[in-house]
Ligand binder design. Structure first.
Ligand code: EPU
Length: 308
């Protein structure tokens, strides 16, 4: 019996895929196949799928929009659980509802949709999310941020499936947020969250969204394929500036190239492989270290071995 059969019956056949190319599910557009991909729509489907993976010791990981991850060219030996919805719908993992100053959102809601939806209902605080190509779940785990703000600072609580399989709600203050980090334990899955926002005139909120969008267009290669910023900003410094002054802009390995616009983006110029990107990342790290003594830390999750 192949591992896909373990999951058949837990989700409809069209949401269970075998040998699914991960290049189709990542913003960098590279990565070999996952043995199995499952696309649960509800929390109970997700719970059943992940419990089955654990019982049968199938390596698994959760993927959202695939924006902060680089899979290897060999793909992933095990199960990839993709949580991503397009149109918000009650009862799904991409529910989205305003409740006074709160916005309740499922893990699979995209951050730009979250920001626009808040703006439309006259709630401010999520404008920084408009240009972040992630979903609520993954972005909470990595405490995504931009323009001086991050998710940890606008969250009220987080809904989780614990590694034990228990459902839980954690107040944001107890979730261990710091720069691009949360204390959510390995094996825990974010299923949704409640954001606590600030009432404001929609026009003012839209204006801030416009400003941030223009800044990004001017300073980041938004139209190119990338996995987002490759490295975290080191304490007291800026990875993009360090890479730039180390002369790395324009460095290229195969189809992977350090953006000429922003040094912290490795773009796929077409036909890049994961190995191209990884070699380039090593070159950049070495050059920056030689010039500055600073060892840049990856922000993007690199799945080198193809297993968890
Ligand atoms: N800079 C250079 N050369 C470059 C790039 C940047 O000199 O090639 C300089 C800029 O001139 C600026 C400074 O570095 O003075 C900072 O640049 P920027 O304003 O672009 O911000 P950043 O720190 O590089 C951070 C986040 C981005 C987020 C932007 C906008 C990190 C690692 N990056 O970038 O987030 O979009 O601020 O708020 O925290 C991401 O997390 O994936 C990401 C892209």
């Amino acid at each position: 019996m192949g591992i896909a059969e373990l999951f058949s019956g837990l989700v409809p056949a069209e949401r269970l895929r075998r040998n699914e190319g991960l290049d189709r599910h990542t913003t960098y557009r590279v990565g070999g196949p996952a043995d199995v991909m499952c696309l649960p729509e509800t929390r109970s489907e997700l719970l059943e799928v992940v419990t089955t993976a654990k019982v049968h010791e199938v390596p698994w990981l959760v993927l959202g929009n695939g924006s902060n991850i680089l899979f290897s060219d060999d793909g992933f030996r095990g199960l990839v659980i993709k949580i991503r919805g397009s149109t918000p719908a009650d009862g799904t993992l991409w529910h989205l509802k305003q409740d006074g100053e709160r916005l309740r959102a499922g893990a699979g809601v995209s951050l730009p949709r979250l920001a626009w939806s808040a703006a439309a209902t006259g709630l401010g605080g999520l404008e920084f999310c408009t240009g972040i190509p992630g979903v609520v779940g993954g972005s909470i785990r990595g405490n995504a941020g931009a323009h001086g703000s991050d998710l940890g600072s606008v969250l009220e609580s987080i809904e989780l499936i614990r590694p034990s399989g228990d459902l839980d709600t954690v107040p944001a203050g107890e979730a261990g947020f710091s720069y691009r980090k949360s204390g959510i334990e390995q094996g825990g899955i974010v299923t949704g969250a409640v954001f606590r926002l600030t009432p404001d005139e929609p026009e003012k909120v839209y204006e801030r969204i416009r400003e941030f969008t223009e800044y990004r267009k001017r300073t980041q290669p938004s139209a190119d394929q990338s996995a987002g910023c490759m490295f975290k900003n080191p304490e007291g410094g800026k990875a993009g500036r360090l890479i730039d002054t180390a002369g790395c802009k324009g460095l290229q390995v195969g189809g992977a190239r350090v953006s000429d616009l922003h040094g912290n983006f490795v773009i796929n110029q077409g036909g890049a492989t994961a190995s191209d990107a990884l070699r380039l990342i090593d070159m950049v790290r070495e050059r920056v270290f030689e010039r500055t003594g600073i060892a840049l830390e990856l922000e993007v999750r690199v799945m080198k071995s193809g297993v968890v």
